[in-house]
Design a protein around this ligand. Structure first.
Ligand code: ADP
Length: 154
């Protein structure tokens, strides 16, 4: 709360706010969920990206709109096809930690040509095992940009 107040007084610092202050809830599916059900979930939750988690809730994959469109081409049975077959999986997922800045998040999304980042905490001691705690999207960055411009026009 205090951090946000300071940001309002110094617009440039908004981009140096931590991801933790701006993250949204991640929408998750189990990795054995069908592509068909994932598409339904995408519409119901009104998001562009779903995250797949394993049986203990660790991040297992990213499922984007294009991943679902690609899987829908051809005549596969989408109710039988699990998302684990089509998702981008660990260790190829670009992640961000809650302590990193919005500026870092923006850079990672642009450099890797992706629309969102899962916000994760390292699960103790296990390499490439992450607990999913949120998501940052290009919309998050656009919202921060608006905050900056609102402040400048006051
Ligand atoms: P869309 O497919 O809707 O354009 P993206 O540009 O985010 O959405 O996704 C493009 C590709 O990058 C997809 O194959 C997706 O699985 C993958 N992808 C998305 N986010 C990440 C991420 N954080 N780390 C690694 N790959 C990702």
């Amino acid at each position: 709360y205090n951090d946000k107040f300071k940001a309002k007084r110094n617009p440039e610092t908004i981009l140096y706010q931590t991801v933790n202050n701006y993250k949204a809830h991640p929408i998750v599916v189990g990795k054995s969920t069908s592509v068909y059900d994932a598409i339904v979930q995408l519409f119901l939750e009104d998001v562009g990206t779903l995250y797949a988690v394993d049986s203990v809730g660790n991040l297992a994959g990213v499922i984007s709109r294009k991943d679902l469109l690609r899987a829908s081409l051809g005549n596969q049975n989408l109710t039988e096809l699990p998302v684990s077959v089509i998702m981008t999986r660990m260790p190829n997922i670009i992640t961000i930690s809650p302590e990193e800045s919005l500026f870092e998040a923006a850079k990672k999304m642009i450099q890797n040509h992706i629309d969102s980042l899962p916000v994760v905490r390292e699960a103790d001691g296990q390499e490439n095992t992450y607990l999913l705690v949120g998501r940052i999207t290009k919309t998050t960055i656009t919202r921060a940009y608006l905050e900056i411009m609102d402040e400048k026009s006051d």
